[in-house]
Design a protein around this ligand. Sequence first.
Ligand SMILES: Cc1cc2nc3c(=O)[nH]c(=O)nc-3n(C[C@H](O)[C@H](O)[C@H](O)COP(=O)(O)OP(=O)(O)OC[C@H]3O[C@@H](n4cnc5c(N)ncnc54)[C@H](O)[C@@H]3O)c2cc1C
Length: 471
Amino acid sequence: MSKSFDVVVIGAGTGGYVAAIRASQLGKTVAVVEKQSALGGTCLIWGCIPTKALLEHAHALKVIQQASEWGVTIPSGTPAINMTQVHARKDKIVDGLTKGIAFLFKKNKITWIKGTARLAGPGKVEVFEGDTQTLEAKEIVIATGSSPRSVPAVTIDHRRIITSDEAIHLKEVPKSLVIMGSGAVGVEFASIYRRFGSEVTIIELVNRLVPVEDEAVSTELEKSFKKQGITVLTGTKVAKATSTPSGVTVEAHTPDGKTHTISADVLLVATGRGPVTTGLGAEEAGIKMERGYIKVDEFYRTSVPGVSAIGDVITLGTGVHPQLAHVSSMEGIITAERIAGKAVQPINYDHVPGCTYCDPEIGSVGLTEARASERGYDVRIGTFPFGVLGRARMAGELEGFVKIVADRKYDEVLGVHMIGPRSTELVAEAVLALRLECTVEELIKTIHAHPTFSEAVGEAAHAAHGAAIHM
Ligand SMILES: Cc1cc2nc3c(=O)[nH]c(=O)nc-3n(C[C@H](O)[C@H](O)[C@H](O)COP(=O)(O)OP(=O)(O)OC[C@H]3O[C@@H](n4cnc5c(N)ncnc54)[C@H](O)[C@@H]3O)c2cc1C
């Protein structure tokens, strides 16, 4: 086997494996170093795929629980979830998809080198796995991703105080679950385990759920979560968490200045993820870092020539970099194309869709109403509720709305925020609208098929011009 490659990628997550495939498609010889025994990284093994599989199980249970409404007769007994079967199905999906990446590597003649990589001087990568081997590379792409992190007051013991890595594998449904953090990971697990039967309490430091979303979306989600029996504590700080033989005790300060002690079976810490760079030798190689992240420019070049970095491990030094699978993949494609000498354009991070698969789902892209106002736009809003649509009524999914944020002066669509059925799919139209700098008028003139959920997007556009048809 040759030890010399045009491109060596470190990490086979959605950033690294996509960069490798694109580089190979463009004629480069490529090796990927991955320390796990399967390809696909966080997204396939611990993140997007297993969580969405669990959410599909939760949705199946929801439909079955509402069987009588659907005219379906179920023999006596209460529908319940069988976690052994749930995990077997979920693991089969993960296994199939990770093997799919291995197949794509073979198809694209990409060499997978199993082991832990370390930068070892200009154009050199050392790989440890039993022995040490040194690879030579004209270009190195770091895609080592992220891992869960806690806050100083809470120590993760992986048993009672857990992260998402453990939450996807719980053998039994906890009777009670406290979730710290209400970003995408926190609210998705709240939906999964509430539907499976846990008593769920969600604690969020900021004064609303899903704080990156438009405020109206946060309000709607809180309303729905409360209706589902989830306890929501916003503006609340976890001061201490202690594991006991039978569970966990959480001390939390609420906005009224009181301290509450909450006992539960499990505490899930969903307070964000930090970069994976330990042992990588990035600083020793002279790469500029910021808060542990690898600093890159708009084309993902680090401060060291010939070394690029993409995905969850990077910072662009311009605020928060979204830690999302589709972002890492697009950064991988741009990096591979730049390395291959193609003309590339920087990503417009305002056009990155955010999908949160809680119940009800959230899909959003572009500026929130508040951010558009902060940027000085004369903002106009159009909102349309899903509950009015025939399609939503047939599905029995009446919650939520589509909200369009537009600029009054040029009529440009600045942001689209939706919560409700199929929002994670419907947002695709909005992403294209923003990419093409679409006006509200153009959305109004775009024919939306009937009866579909997508009619809510067209109607929200009508509403932004003050004239929704069905409201
Ligand atoms: C519970 C959960 C749910 C999520 N759901 C979604 C979702 O629905 N949609 C979405 O877009 N995003 C989701 N994400 C985020 C998404 O998973 C990440 O943004 C994405 O995986 C980042 O890809 P990456 O390639 O940068 O890094 P990663 O996927 O983390 O991959 C990095 C890889 O590098 C390997 N590695 C690290 N160091 C070394 C080394 N020194 N040598 C060799 N190999 C190394 C690791 O083993 C890993 O395989 C979710 C995350 C979590 C935790």
